[in-house]
Design a protein around this ligand. Sequence first.
Ligand code: GLN
Length: 200
Amino acid sequence: MKIGVLAMQGAFAEHIAILNSLGVEAVEVRRVDQFDELAGLIIPGGESTTMLKLGDIYNINEQIKSSASKGMPIWGTCAGAILLAAEVTNTGPNMPVGLGLMRMTVRRNAFGRQVDSFEVKLPVEGLGCEPFPAVFIRAPLIENVLPPAEVMARLGNGTIVAVRQGNMLATSFHPELSLDARFHRYFIGVAETYLAQKPN
Ligand code: GLN
């Protein structure tokens, strides 16, 4: 099984390292012709405006939408979650329209500036009882979620920070920066189910 990590910009190397440590082949994705062989795609954290602009130039944005419509598992972390959202607020003047794949509204840079990065222990639906050490870096928050999207995790004050919709996941935080591989294992599980059902 091969999982792709979008590698146009941002924190892709860390995702690849965790997937490899779990025995899964992971590839840096930069071209549309790589998508056919993927069992899933991770869109990493980074800078969402830059990623959308590059994705447009290389036709990657259209390819992600087409793969998602065929059920390919896609997981967006931080900036990746911004790309997946149907609606984005606090966008700034030059932000291109996103992929619009998940029924949620995401507010960019919702926790203030870079220095406002933090880590919290977070109970996450589907990851067992042990709370997950979630690292937030200039993170977006999820303002609201509409079915079929569903909440997987909230901060103590109720703010939504992880969402699942079918085979798609969005996290405001960076599981690739925690020494806890449960989120990656969870995504690998979604990809394995997809592969087992995928027509050849
Ligand atoms: N602030 C970034 C953005 O809006 C996201 C930050 C991150 O991915 N760590 O694109």
